[in-house]
Every structure is written in structure tokens, then in C-alpha cells.
Design a protein around this ligand. Structure first.
Ligand SMILES: [Zn+2]
Length: 446
């Protein structure tokens, strides 16, 4: 258990002028990261939740009372259109989910992340967070210039104080981050489609990218406030991009036997096309939580990040983000954030074990779990660590098998998935078939 002696910065509006906004003067100097909070905690003592990575929860939101003025100013600036991944990153930077990042990476941070798994400042960081643009567009931008970042539909999202411009060697980034240059890897494929140059510098978020799930997304400060309200001193984070099957439920409940609360934090940003759509997955989470979990011990909030499928490096990134949301522990399953057979099942665990703890390393504690299954001989859920029986007694379905059963209209076995979830997935499969295609394989691993 990790208790932070400092006061987590849950009061994001404590000093908006120092960080989130500022007056719309031309190219204002970048402010230091994070607003900090000078207010004592209500309890007058240590608050629950892990310390934010970097020590402070970054806040790059333009305060509401300055937004209109800033938007008017931004309308006259050079406009750079960002892709869906960058738009997702932009929001997560601004709300502090990526603390200590205050903007898109400059070359020093980018190089350091690729080579050393740290930011230039020495804090552990494993994935590049870059604003990729076309090299020709990058050439037109001046360093020191403030540009307006816009969504593809033209909506103004943010201001970027450009401090650096650099070329991206995509083949090298693919090899370093994804461990492969194969364009059949969805993360590599997405990287190859992005611009070949990057603009680095701090951002200020004017408006959030549109999301149909907006009402279900809590910022790190809001999650921390809820952790405090519920009195949790230990919080386990669970990342998933899949429907919730009984194997996930088992791991989460093993953790709930030991720790105070569970942050169920499904990723709902851009994913590959054959993943189950977020709206369907959310229905499965709601159904399982309503039927099988103690409500006061679980917090369901959505994580609007883009999926990279970067395996070990993304597993660590997921843990760092959840630490910023206040998690003291984070469940890391086999093949976390993996795809196909690009990574070994234990590669992510090994990377966690190699990385420094404390100091500028991770404060969140990874919890390593084997795949779970229902064993007919045990008469319950188990893993290879707890069940001595042969595999033919285990009810375990691959993503492909699940997909085939659903496509054939056959219900999933209740030992594999709760009937409420099975029904939702069957309905999804039927609707998808009616549209002429199946929406995705609910893979059993998180
Ligand atoms: Zn068994």
C-alpha cells in the first residue's frame, strides 16, 4: 500500500491563471506544469490515492471564464488539424492523465522515451506522445509561434505553443515502441499513416473533442475526489478494451478481496475496427456491475485514450495513467495491450520488473495475474496458479471461438460469461450481421 504524504491536487481550479489559461497575449511563455494546490485536505492528513507521476497533477484546461476570449483569439491563429489519436491525447494531457506531460513531446523527450524509457527529466515514460503533422506543414510553422489545434471537423480544440519541430523516423519508432516494423500490426499501421514530422510544446485545451460517452468520463481530479469520498486508501485500476467476461470479473474480485476499491477503466478512444464497439462494451460493464458487484466498491469511468497495441510499453503507459487517476495498484494480465502474436505473454511483466520503482519511476504497484477460467473439477473460477486439473476440464474460449458462437446465434456458456453479457453480445452480433458484418471478436484477455 502506498500513501502519499502530500496533498493530491484534486482542486484543479485552485489557481487557473498560473497554468490553464493566461491572457491571450501573443505566444505567451509556457507556464510550469500543474497548478498545484495550496489548500489543506479536509481530513488534515494524507489523502488516499497514489501521487501523480511527476509529483503534481497537470492541468492545461483553459478556465471557463476565459474560454470565449481565447477562442476568439485562436480563430485568428494558424490552424493545424490533428488526427483522432492526437485529439484523444490532447484531452488526456490537459486533464492530467498524462502527468507530467504538459503538451506534445519535443525531440529530447521523444528520443529519451525511445532509447531510455524515460522523459528527458528522468521520469519513467514508455510511449511517444507526439503531434504528427505533414513535414511540409511543419516547415511553415515557426518555433515560438502559438498555433490553434483543430479537430478534423474544424472544431477548435486547443492552443499549442510550438517549441520544437522535428522529423519522425517511423521505421525506427515502430521497431523501438512496437518491437516490429510489420504494417500488419495495428499500432504500426496507424503510425505509418500519421504525418512524418512532429510539433512539440505545451498545450492549453479550449474545448474537449466530442464524445458520445462524455457523461461517463471522469477526469483524474474527479476520480480522486470520488476515491476520497468513498474513503478508499487503496485502489486497483483495471484497463480493458473488451466486454467483461467472468475471467476479468475473477481477477477484479481477487483484487477486491485485498484492496479497498476498483477503478474499472475501459479504454474507449480509437481502437482497431474489429474490437467490440465501446457502446456495446459499456452495456456489458453496466450489466455485470449491477448484477454482481458491490456498487460502493467499484467506480466505472471511461478512459478516452487511443489504443496503440504496443504490448509491454503500453502496459506501463496504462499503469502510469491510472496512477494519475489515483490508483495505487494496477492489474496486468498476460499479453496486456498485445495483439496477435507480436509479444510474448509475459513480456509486459518483465518490463515492469526492469523499471525503477519510486523516485522518478512508478509509484503504482503492478498486480500480475495469469489468465483465469472456469474449471469443472474445481467447480469455480481459477488460474494455472490455483487449479491442478487438465485443460480439458477448463471452460476457456478464444476470441475467435466466441465470435464464431455469436455469429452462429449460439449463447455463450454461463461459465464463460454472465448471461446478461452473453445476451448483449448476441444482440450485437445479430445487429452486426444484419448490417452485413460482425463488429468484432470479444477476446477473453484484457
Ligand atoms: Zn481445477
Amino acid at each position: 500500500m502506498t500513501l502519499d504524504p502530500r496533498t493530491p491536487d484534486t482542486a484543479r481550479n485552485a489557481s487557473p491563471g498560473t497554468d490553464g489559461g493566461g491572457s491571450p497575449a501573443p505566444a505567451p511563455a509556457p507556464a510550469p506544469a500543474g497548478t498545484g494546490s495550496s489548500e489543506p485536505s479536509p481530513a488534515g492528513s494524507a489523502l488516499p490515492g497514489a501521487p501523480p507521476h511527476g509529483g503534481r497533477l497537470v492541468d492545461r484546461l483553459v478556465p471557463a471564464d476565459q474560454r470565449d476570449e481565447m477562442l476568439r483569439w485562436a480563430a485568428g491563429l494558424r490552424r493545424v488539424v490533428v488526427d483522432a489519436q492526437a485529439a484523444a491525447d490532447l484531452e488526456l494531457i490537459a486533464v492530467g492523465a498524462y502527468s507530467p506531460l504538459t503538451g506534445f513531446m519535443d525531440r529530447d523527450d521523444y528520443e529519451s522515451v525511445l532509447e531510455s524509457l524515460t522523459l528527458d527529466s528522468g521520469w519513467t515514460w514508455t510511449l511517444p506522445v507526439t503531434l504528427n503533422v505533414d513535414p511540409e506543414e511543419a516547415r511553415q510553422v515557426r518555433e515560438g509561434e502559438t498555433v490553434a489545434l483543430a479537430a478534423p471537423d474544424g472544431t477548435l480544440l486547443a492552443l499549442l505553443d510550438v517549441e520544437d519541430r522535428f522529423r519522425i523516423n517511423k521505421g525506427r519508432e515502430a521497431a523501438k515502441v512496437y518491437g516490429t516494423q510489420d504494417p500488419g500490426h495495428p499500432g504500426v499501421h496507424a503510425l505509418y499513416r500519421r504525418g512524418g514530422a512532429a510539433l512539440g510544446g505545451p498545450v492549453r485545451l479550449l474545448q474537449r473533442p466530442p464524445s458520445v460517452h462524455r457523461s461517463r468520463i471522469l477526469d483524474p481530479a474527479a476520480v480522486r475526489a470520488e476515491i476520497q469520498r468513498r474513503g478508499w486508501r487503496t485502489v486497483v485500476g483495471f484497463q480493458t478494451r473488451n466486454p467483461l467476461h467472468r475471467a476479468h470479473e475473477y481477477l477484479q474480485k481477487c483484487a477486491l478481496e485485498l484492496y479497498d476499491g476498483l477503478l474499472l477503466h475501459p479504454l474507449v478512444g480509437p481502437t482497431k475496427d474489429d474490437d467490440v464497439p465501446a457502446g456495446v462494451r459499456i452495456d456489458t460493464y453496466d450489466a455485470v456491475l449491477a448484477g454482481y458487484y458491490p456498487g460502493e466498491r467499484v467506480l466505472l469511468s471511461l478512459f478516452p485514450a487511443a489504443m496503440r497495441y504496443a504490448g509491454p510499453r503500453e502496459a506501463v503507459f496504462h499503469a502510469i495513467c491510472r496512477q494519475n487517476y489515483g490508483c495505487t495498484h494496477f492489474i496486468v494480465g498476460r499479453s496486456h495491450a498485445g495483439v496477435g502474436d507480436f509479444y510474448g505473454p509475459y513480456d509486459a511483466w518483465r518490463l515492469f520488473e526492469q523499471l525503477p520503482r519510486g523516485g522518478r519511476g512508478l509509484a503504482v504497484e503492478p498486480l500480475f495475474f495469469e489468465d483465469a477460467f472456469y474449471c469443472r473439477a474445481c467447480g469455480g473460477m481459477a488460474t494455472a496458479r490455483t487449479c491442478p486439473h487438465p485443460e480439458n476440464l477448463r471452460v476457456s474460449l478464444s476470441g475467435t471461438e466466441v465470435r464464431r458462437m455469436l455469429a452462429a446465434g449460439r449463447p455463450l456458456p454461463p461459465e464463460f460469461t454472465r448471461p446478461e453479457v452473453g445476451t448483449i453480445l448476441l444482440e450485437h452480433a445479430r445487429a452486426a450481421a444484419a448490417r452485413g458484418g460482425w463488429g468484432g471478436p470479444p477476446a477473453p484477455a484484457g
